[in-house]
Design a protein around this ligand. Structure first.
Ligand SMILES: Nc1ncnc2c1ncn2[C@@H]1O[C@H](COP(=O)(O)OP(=O)(O)OP(=O)(O)O)[C@@H](O)[C@H]1O
Ligand SMILES: [Mg+2]
Length: 634
């Protein structure tokens, strides 16, 4: 089936009820054009194209008058003009915030959408769409939710969509996408698969988030169907996630090709919509980016919505994601939702929700909004901090209801804003560092060890990394999860020796990253090696099962000899399962990694791996012949 691409009419950035029409150099409001002189338009365009961050006077002047000296006061005049057009208030800005003596910040979310013939609604339609019927767990973000809803509806009609949700760390990308999926799930049935990219873990492992998403899909309600379709159309991908294919010899005849997976995903998204989520794409491996690129470019009809979150500040000019996004944008193959900070009203609502208290202490919302710059993660961290420092206290307000045995209590502020001021650092990362500094040495080391794993960290790995007693570590981890709001119990694993080990997750990835960065490379390396060794101990006699994971830890420690051996063990294990293509891929990786070995070992090891690749190829060939012979007989 060939997708009938809707005719592209224009390219529009939207914020609130306004649109920025770069083609006609004007602003639109409810479909009507508002003319602006060229310079104010250029100023607005620059701000809209760089939402959410401080644009200094110098940056703005340099961008708009590169070769000329212009008095900074001229900017003030333009801002007045722009505020008039946008109906904005400098005191309570919805769009342009003045940062005294420094510059400006565009504080509304910006959505970049292709305008199509199919979409003939005026640009303000997003803002005036009926409100989401049900409550969500997040505050604000109605426009962004409506935008995702719009994308989903297009996808559900068979026009695949790719949308990037961007913004700084903690701004609410994941929260938005989660809230959208939850809300959409109440009215429509669809399948979802989520792949998480993690800094410093599996970064170099090809398709790490893709295999995670596929594993999730195969384990979901749609699992049986997903496995059937993958087995038929992309069997090597099924083998790559450790699922046996009914006709496993067939995997031998195929390569792990992105095209196969694209076709299989399209087949899966033929009837029921499929939402593919890629989280934190700034850490994705190149192969994953290529796959997303291929999925975006294919034209067959598919009820497929690809949502990728990424941190705008981490996508530097050389980052391959930057080129991918630019190229897709140029071809009108993706949309972008750039999340802005929360407004003061939204921060107030967030605090009310967190404290479960309608009326807040006077000045608290203003204080948290100002110090967090409207970043929700930062706002929550500040709130926790104020509680820990005793600036916010729970006070019984008397009026005990003796019949029900209940007392009423409310949060009160125990110090003036000026006093709280000194205790809150300027940046989110500093805030996290400060929270961590309050913990004792053992707690800090345990959390650091946890940050070496991917999203979830098991207690046994913490024990191994720090050479602690396993039982004691289990208890200490449990205690951490009880005490710290940013560590959560995530589940229990059964270990091969029959014992059980709990595992935990950081409530937010940024805690993990700060902890990961806090460790020196050599300390991280030592701990990674101990985790890999413990894995080998735990799985003694069948190390092949975990060899791939061991290789990730050895690679992170730059322990090349062990990393190469682990990959070869993983390849042997794949061959035992007749997953020849997977084995070949692992061996290719081992060969590339062998480049890092000492000269004295490099040649011999590389030759051995080449021989193993050749025999995997032979095995593949034999399997292919066997299939042919079987089909002739049949
Ligand atoms: N609109 C919102 N209303 C209420 N809470 C929010 C909102 N947005 C985010 N949060 C909360 O703020 C925290 C950080 O949000 P989230 O994890 O979505 O950020 P993120 O942009 O995905 O960050 P990262 O780049 O680190 O992945 C979470 O605890 C989330 O629940
Ligand atoms: Mg996130």
């Amino acid at each position: 089936m060939v997708r009938n691409l809707p005719e592209v009419q224009g390219w529009m950035k939207q914020f609130g009820e306004f649109g920025l029409d770069t083609l006609n150099e004007c602003v639109t409001c409810s479909g009507a054009q508002i003319a602006l002189p060229p310079k104010p338009f250029a100023v607005l365009r620059y701000l809209v194209e760089h939402p959410g961050r401080l644009i200094t006077h110098d940056e703005l002047l340099e961008a708009l008058w590169p070769e000329t000296y212009v008095q900074p006061q001229v900017l003030r005049t333009y801002m007045l003009e722009l505020r008039k057009v946008l109906g904005d208030d400098a005191g309570q800005p919805r769009y342009i915030q003045t940062i005294p003596k420094r510059g400006y910040r565009f504080v509304a979310s910006v959505m970049e959408l292709t305008q199509t013939e199919a979409d003939t609604r005026p640009h303000s339609a997003l803002a005036t769409m009926p409100p989401m019927e049900a409550e969500t767990r997040i505050v604000d973000r109605e426009n962004e939710m409506a935008c995702l809803k719009e994308q989903f509806e297009q996808a559900a009609a068979g026009h695949r969509q790719v949308v990037f949700v961007t913004g700084e760390a903690g701004i609410g990308k994941t929260a938005l996408v989660d809230a959208f999926c939850e809300l959409a799930g109440r009215s429509q049935s669809f399948a979802t698969a989520r792949g998480q990219c993690v800094e410093g873990f599996g970064r170099k492992e090809e398709y790490y988030p893709v295999t995670e998403a596929l594993s999730q899909l195969c384990a979901s309600q749609e699992g049986d169907n997903a496995c059937r379709v993958l087995a038929r159309m992309a069997p090597v991908w099924l083998a790559a996630i450790g699922r046996e294919c009914a006709d496993s010899a067939q995997t031998a005849t195929r390569e792990r090709m992105p095209g196969d997976l694209c076709a299989a995903l399209e087949e899966l998204a033929a009837e029921k919509p499929l939402i593919l989520l890629f989280e934190d794409l700034q850490w994705a491996d190149d192969s994953t980016l290529h796959l997303i690129s291929a999925l975006a470019r294919r034209r067959a009809q598919a009820k497929l919505l690809i949502v990728a979150t990424c941190r705008s500040q981490d996508v530097t000019a050389e980052h391959p994601l930057k080129a991918l996004k630019q190229d897709l944008r140029l071809r009108r193959l993706c949309n972008e939702i750039a999340l802005a900070p929360l407004t003061k009203v939204a921060v107030r609502a967030l605090l009310s929700r967190e404290l479960r208290q309608e009326e807040l202490p006077l000045g608290l919302a203003g204080f948290v909004h100002r110090r967090s710059d409207g970043n929700p993660l930062f706002a929550i961290a500040i709130l926790e901090h104020l509680m820990m420092q005793g600036f916010l206290k729970r006070e019984e307000t008397g009026g005990a209801n003796l019949t029900l045995g209940q007392t009423s209590a409310r949060w009160i502020q125990t110090a003036a804003v000026e006093e709280m001021e000194a205790g809150v650092p300027d940046g989110l990362a500093q805030m996290i560092e400060m929270e961590l500094a309050c913990l004792d040495d053992r707690d800090q080391r345990m959390l650091e060890a946890g940050s070496l794993m991917s999203v979830a960290f098991p207690a046994w790995a913490v024990a191994a990394a720090l050479e602690m007693d396993p039982a004691e570590t289990e208890e200490a981890c449990e205690d951490l999860a009880r005490r710290l709001y940013f560590v959560e119990l995530a589940g229990t694993d059964e270990l091969p020796d029959g014992s059980r080990s709990t595992f935990y997750a950081f409530a937010h990835g940024l805690y993990r990253e700060v902890l990961w960065r806090k460790q020196t490379e050599s300390r991280r390396a030592k701990r990674h090696i101990r985790i890999a060794e413990r894995l080998a101990q735990l799985f003694a006699g069948r190390v092949g099962v975990v060899a791939r994971e061991m290789a990730i830890h050895y690679e992170a420690a730059s322990d090349w000899p062990h990393a190469v051996s682990a990959l070869r063990a993983a390849a042997r294990h794949a061959l035992e399962r007749r997953a020849h293509a997977e084995a070949a891929e692992l061996l290719e990786r081992a060969l590339r990694m062998a480049e890092n070995l000492r000269e004295s070992e490099r040649e011999a090891v590389s030759l051995e791996i080449c021989a193993e690749i050749a025999s995997a190829g032979e095995a593949m060939e034999q399997a292919r012949e066997a299939i042919q012979a079987a089909s002739i007989k049949a």
